[in-house]
Design a protein around this ligand. Structure first.
Ligand code: GLU
Length: 617
C-alpha cells in the first residue's frame, strides 16, 4: 500500500525522493507528494493521480529551486480517510511540522474532536494530518522536536508509520514504525534513507535495518540512531545485507514487470528449492535446519492462513500435504478465521502465508493465536518482514522482488515451499508414498523454462485464444482436484488485471447453479491435465459445450478428445507425476490474463484500486 521515502544526504533530495517513490509505485497508490527543505523553509509539491504529475511540476518549475535541497520526505498515498484529492495527498503541513503517514489512526475521531476544541482547524479530510497538530501541542509544552514527536505518537491507536520534519529543526528526519513497515539504510557516503520497503534503497545501499514496532529512527547529518518510542532510550538494531540487486527491480526490456516475473519463475523456483533444502536430492527433501522446521515436523495438524493468491497456493499445498504426507491441513482466509472460534489441536501449527509478510489480516490472526499459546510459522518472500519476525519460524520463498501487483512468481514459489514440506514429512514420518514426486520435482524448473521458451509456441497459442475471446462477456475457469485452486487463481488474475468478470469453479459444481449463465458469450477455460480427475472434468466440459460456451481446453498434448471439444487448445508439458501439473497450469492462467489485459489496454503492473501489500484490515 502507501509508500514512504525519507532522505538526509548530499544528493538532490527531490531526485532521490522521486526515484524512490517510483520504486514504490508498484505497491499501489492514488496520489503523491514530496516535501524538501530549503533553508529554514520546507516546500511541498503534491498532486492527486500518478507520480508523473509531480515530475511535470518539477519540469515546469525553475529547476534551480529543487535540487539545492538535500533533505526531504515523499509519499504515495492509498486513501483510507478522505478522497484521493491533492488536498488530502501527503505531505501535510501543520505550522512548522511536515509529515507523511502510512496506515490508519483508529482513534482519529476523538483526536479530531479534542484538537478542534483546542482551536485547531484541519485542512484535509485525512486522519494523518491530525498527527501534526498533536506534535504542535507537545511543542507548546517546551519539548524537543524528538520528544514532541515521540509523545504525540503515543497518542495514536492503530497500525501506522509516520515520517516527520520540522522547519525549526533542519537536517533532521524522524521516522516511527508501529505496524506499517519502515526500513532505514546508510550509504557509503553517510547519506541516510528511510522507506516503506528496501527497494528505494537498493540504488544506493544494500545495508538496511528493519525497524521494529515501537522504533523511532532519527536521521541527522551526524548519523542515524534508533530509540524506543515509549522510553526514548537508544536501542541497537541489526543491519541486514539485502540479497536483492537493482537489476531485479528493473524491467530489463520486458514491457511489464508482470511478464518479466512470469518468465523469472523457473529461476525463482530453483532459488526457493536451494535456499530451503539442505541438499537437492532426487529421493528425498531434507529441509535446511531452522526453528520453523522443528515446529512443522512436530505439528499434529496445519492451518494455512492467507489472503488472495496466497490462499490459492495454500489450497494446492493442502492436496499434497494430505495425499502424500497424511497431515491434516486446513486452509482459511485470514479475515474469516480471525472472527470465528476454531477448534485447534494443542499441537496445531498456524502458518501465515503472505508474499510481503505485512498482510494485516494474516498478521492479526497470528498475533491472536500466539497470545493463546499456539505455535506459529510463516511463509513469506521478504526476509525481515513483520510476519517472519513475529512467528516461531519462517520459511522464505526466494522469488526476488515482485513488483507487478498481480502475484505470479510468489504464487509459484509458495506452492514450491508446500511441495518441499510434503517431501520433508514423507521423509521424517515414513508415511505415504512418493510416486516419483522427488525425481520429477528436481527437473521441474527446467521443464518450466522450456515451456516458457519461444520454441514451445505456448505464448502464441495463448495470445490467439485471448484475441478470440477478448470481447466475450464472462469467463469461467473450471478444474477438479488440484486444478481447482488453479481455476480460482486464473479467475482472480483475470479480474485483477483485465477487469473482466471471471469465476473459478470446481468443475463438478457448475451444474449446481452457474451453468444457467452459460451461452455463446461465455468462455469456459477447462483445466484438464492428464490426471485422476480428467475424465470427470471432460464430462463437465461436454455439459457447457452443449450450451454454446466458447471452450479453451488446457491439457496433455496427447489428449485428442479434449482437443476436439475445444475451440482453442493449450498443451501442457507432459509430466509423469500428475500433481506437478499445477506448475505449468499456473503459467497458462497467468499468461492468458496477461494477454487479455494487454488487448484491453489496462494498467497491468498497477491495476486500479489494488495495492501490493495490504496493510489494512
Ligand atoms: N490514512 C491515511 C490517509 O488516508 C494514510 C493512507 C496511506 O497509508 O496511504 O491519508
Amino acid at each position: 500500500m502507501c509508500g514512504i521515502v525519507g532522505y538526509v544526504g548530499n544528493r538532490s533530495a527531490v531526485e532521490v525522493l522521486l526515484k524512490g517513490l517510483q520504486r514504490l509505485e508498484y505497491r499501489g497508490y492514488d496520489s503523491t507528494g514530496v516535501a524538501f527543505q530549503k533553508g529554514n523553509r520546507i516546500e511541498i509539491e503534491k498532486s492527486e493521480g500518478k507520480l508523473e504529475n509531480i515530475f511535470k511540476r518539477f519540469k515546469e518549475m525553475d529547476l534551480n529551486r529543487a535540487p539545492v535541497s538535500t533533505v526531504g520526505i515523499g509519499h504515495t498515498r492509498w486513501a483510507t480517510h478522505g478522497k484521493p484529492t491533492t488536498q488530502n495527498a501527503h505531505p501535510h503541513r501543520t505550522g512548522s511540522i511536515v509529515l507523511v503517514h502510512n496506515g490508519i489512526i483508529e482513534n482519529y475521531r476523538e483526536i479530531k474532536e479534542d484538537l478542534m476544541k483546542k482551536g485547531h482547524e484541519p485542512q484535509s479530510e485525512t486522519d494523518s494530518e491530525l498527527f501534526g497538530f498533536l506534535v504542535l501541542e507537545e511543542l507548546k509544552l517546551k519539548k524537543s522536536f524528538i520528544d514532541a514527536v515521540r509523545f504525540a505518537f503515543q497518542k495514536l491507536e492503530g497500525a501506522c508509520s509516520v515520517v516527520v520534519m520540522s522547519e525549526n529543526d533542519p537536517d533532521t528526519v524522524i521516522g516511527i514504525r508501529n505496524g506499517s513497515p519502515l526500513v532505514a539504510g546508510i550509504d557509503s557516503e553517510g547519506a541516510i534513507y528511510l522507506a516503506s520497503d528496501p527497494q528505494p534503497l537498493l540504488d544506493y545501499t544494500k545495508k538496511v535495518v528493519y525497524l521494529e514496532n515501537g522504533d523511532m529512527a532519527i536521521a541527522k547529518r551526524s548519523g542515524l540512531e534508533f530509540r524506543d518510542v515509549i522510553t526514548g532510550k537508544v536501542v541497537q538494531r541489526e543491519t541486514i545485507e539485502l540479497q536483492w540487486s537493482v537489476e531485479q527491480i528493473d524491467k530489463q526490456g520486458y514491457p511489464h514487470f508482470m511478464l518479466k516475473e512470469i518468465y523469472e519463475q523457473p529461476t525463482a523456483l530453483i532459488d526457493t528449492f536451494n535456499s530451503n533444502l539442505d541438499r537437492i536430492d532426487p529421493t528425498s527433501f531434507p529441509l535446511a535446519k531452522h526453528p520453523g522446521v522443528d515446529k512443522l515436523m512436530n505439528a499434529s495438524e496445519l492451518h494455512l492462513i492467507a489472503c488472495g493468491t496466497s490462499y490459492y497456493a495454500s489450497l494446492v499445498g493442502k492436496y499434497w500435504l494430505e495425499k502424500y504426507a497424511r497431515v491434516s491441513t486446513q486452509v482459511e482466509f485470514a479475515s474469516e478465521f480471525r472472527y470465528r472460534d476454531p477448534v485447534l489441536d494443542d499441537r496445531a501449527l498456524i502458518v501465515g502465508v503472505s508474499q510481503s509478510g505485512e498482510t494485516a489480516d494474516t498478521l492479526a490472526v497470528l498475533r491472536d493465536l500466539k497470545k493463546k499459546g499456539k505455535a506459529t510459522a510463516a511463509v513469506s518472500n521478504v526476509r525481515g518482514s513483520t510476519i517472519s519476525r513475529e512467528t516461531d519460524g519462517a520459511f522464505f520463498t526466494s522469488a526476488g522482488p515482485e513488483i507487478g501487483v498481480a502475484a505470479t512468481k510468489s504464487f509459484l514459489t509458495q506452492m514450491g515451499i508446500f511441495l518441499l514440506w510434503t517431501g520433508a514429512f514423507l521423509e521424517r514420518r515414513k508415511k505415504g508414498s512418493a510416486d516419483g514426486l522427488f525425481e520429477e520435482t528436481v527437473h521441474l524448473p527446467h521443464v518450466l523454462k522450456n515451456y516458457l521458451d519461444d520454441s514451445s509456441g505456448i505464448r502464441e497459442k495463448i495470445k490467439e485464444a485471448a484475441r478470440a475471446t477478448v470481447t466475450k462477456k464472462g469467463f469461467f475457469f473450471i478444474g477438479r482436484g488440484s486444478s481447482y485452486p488453479l481455476a480460482l487463481e486464473g479467475a482472480l488474475k483475470l479480474k485483477e488485471i483485465a477487469y473482466v468478470h471471471a469465476e473459478g469453479y470446481a468443475a463438478g459444481e457448475l451444474k449446481h447453479g452457474p451453468i444457467a449463465m452459460i451461452d455463446e458469450n461465455v468462455v469456459v477455460i477447462v483445466l484438464a491435465p492428464k490426471d485422476g480427475w480428467r475424465d470427470k472434468t471432460i464430462s463437465n466440459l461436454e455439459e457447457v459445450k452443449a450450451r454454446g460456451a466458447q471452450i479453451i481446453g488446457v491439457g496433455d498434448p496427447s489428449d485428442r478428445h479434449l482437443q476436439d471439444l475445444s475451440h482453442h487448445f493449450i498443451p501442457l508439458p507432459t509430466l509423469k507425476n500428475e500433481d506437478l501439473n499445477v506448475f505449468p497450469l499456473s503459467i497458462v492462467v497467468q499468461l492468458f490474463s496477461y494477454e487479455l489485459a494487454t488487448l484491453k489496454g489496462t494498467d497491468i503492473d498497477k491495476p486500479r484500486n489494488l495495492a501490493k501489500s495490504v496493510t489494512v484490515e
